[in-house]
Design a binder for this molecule. Structure first.
Ligand code: NAI
Length: 459
């Protein structure tokens, strides 16, 4: 099975970067990324590479190399499906917001639409690759739709979950720890393997059955999120006992069975995946009546919610139990550094909590636009857009955000925050000048010496 043309449905945070790298490393394969969102496609096609719809370090160079050569972004979904030998489905699979499984199950309507569209327009055999994160056994649904509504052409379905992390997507794609391919048909598996072998050593390509592959993605995210919640739960105990969570993390991380990565306490994890995939895992476990399993993983989410609330409460309590009318500067809105993605960012929930207490918030984030920030708050529907706009302002530099503030909170670990002129900020802020470091980013000792009242999680 020789693959000459690939189509990817979904030009988002996964589809865009992943296909850019596949095209970069396979110049003989034509890669077309399609999306229903015409604006997104226009943004991928624009000349100014600093304005691509996804911000990732190094992505601009990869796009510059491949775009127009063998990488194309298009809104012509049907044409691209028809022409392709292999189709990646990389559409969003958010948590359901309605009906059965509301707030827990994955919403598979976009996946099903893709399958139906592929079945409707395909006139030649194709390999369909699930790139989106989906509940275990979804491949059976996709295959069923394809086989029952298709025009008698052959479809092979593979699972190939994506493990990239936002902020390091290009590095992760260039040097993956592993590539996972699940499937039943050896030829189809081999065809996909060959594409990755253009740059990934073959011993790093794992093949499994379909269900192991689908489930592994949910389990990987559940384990990662669990580490964050584990250390975050200990951060509260550290604050109560006089232990220091960084020292504890370092001491336990030296044990090779535990390992040192992903042990940084913080205001809580965000991002589009961890919570969604955990909720989904919990839902699946419950649907098989495995309630003890479901309860175990549910607790990871509960600790994360608790950590965000606890941080907001700490701000209020430290500032003499009221933030009414007080200005609080937020440095960072993205869910982590080096991305413009704000989905499920801890900043949104901490802001919402403080706005309920009538605080005035001024936000600065180097990569997130004001429109997105208001959209994130609006989505919670706690108050009207007008109220959000009157209580929260977005600034284009950190000094404007801090000017006249009673307190300042670090919500995203952007490197540039370390190097700010903290002396200048101190002069501009009201006294006592409180800093709440939700990312344990700054040099607390130095800031305390400068006269700030500094609080960091887990100390
Ligand atoms: P996204 O929301 O950024 O992108 C999805 C895109 O698919 C959107 O642009 C949307 O317009 C498009 N789309 C939806 N239905 C379509 C259709 N029928 N035809 C054409 N386009 C359609 O989502 P993102 O973050 O790229 O995630 C995609 C999948 O990858 C999800 O299942 C997610 O769980 C998974 N994933 C995400 C990671 C991340 O870091 N964001 C990492 C690993 C997996």
């Amino acid at each position: 099975m020789e693959i000459k043309k690939i189509t990817c449905i979904g030009a988002g945070y996964v589809g865009g970067p992943t296909m850019s790298v596949i095209a970069q490393k396979n110049p003989d394969i034509q890669v077309t990324v399609v999306d229903l969102n015409a604006q997104r496609i226009a943004d991928w096609n624009q000349d100014d590479l600093s304005q691509l719809p996804v911000y990732e370090p190094g992505l601009d160079a990869v796009v510059a190399e491949a775009r127009g050569r063998n990488l194309f972004f298009s809104t012509e979904v049907e044409k691209a499906i028809q022409e392709a030998d292999m189709i990646f489905i990389s559409v969003n699979t958010p948590t359901k917001t309605y009906g059965k499984g509301k707030g827990q199950a994955a919403d598979l309507k976009f996946i099903e639409l893709c399958a139906r569209q592929i079945a409707d327009v395909s006139t030649s055999s194709k390999i369909i690759v699930e790139k989106s994160t989906i509940p275990v056994r979804t491949a059976a649904t996709i295959k069923n739709i394809l086989d029952h509504t298709g025009k008698g052409v052959q479809f092979q379905v593979l699972s190939n979950p994506e493990f990239l992390a936002e902020g390091t997507a290009i590095r992760d794609l260039h040097h993956p720890d592993r590539i996972l391919i699940g499937g039943e048909n050896p030829e189809a598996i081999q065809a996909l393997k060959k594409i990755y072998e253009a740059w990934v050593p073959s011993e790093r390509i794992i093949t499994t059955n379909l269900w192991s592959s689908e489930l592994s993605k949910l389990v990987a995210n559940a384990f990662l999120a669990q580490r964050v919640s584990s250390i975050n739960s200990i951060s509260e105990l550290c604050e109560a006992t006089g232990a220091n969570v960084d020292e504890v993390a370092n001491a336990i991380g030296q044990d090779s069975r535990i390992g040192s990565k992903f042990l940084k306490a913080s205001v809580g994890f965000g991002g589009s995946c961890f919570q969604k995939d955990l909720l989904n895992l919990v839902y699946i476990a419950r649907s098989y009546n495995l309630h003890a399993v479901a309860d175990y993983w549910d607790q990871v989410i509960k600790i994360n919610d608790h950590q965000k609330t606890r941080f907001a409460e700490k701000i209020i309590q430290t500032m003499y139990n009221t933030v009414n009318g007080k200005k609080i500067a937020f440095l960072g809105w993205a869910f982590k550094k080096d991305t413009n993605d704000t989905r499920e960012s801890a900043a949104i929930y901490v802001a919402d909590h403080l706005l309920e207490e009538q605080a005035q918030i001024a936000v600065y984030d180097p990569k997130v636009q004001d429109v997105q920030i208001y959209k994130d708050l609006d989505y919670l529907a706690t108050r009207s857009l007008e109220e959000n706009k009157s209580l929260l302002q977005v600034k284009t530099n950190p000094y404007d955000a801090a000017a006249g503030a009673h307190g300042l909170a670090i919500l995203t670990e952007w490197d540039e925050f370390r190097d700010l002129d903290w002396g200048k900020i101190k002069t501009q802020m009201k006294k006592p000048a409180f800093i709440f470091d939700g990312r344990k980013l700054l040099d607390g000792k130095k800031l305390t010496e400068m006269g700030f009242v500094y609080y960091a999680i887990g100390e």
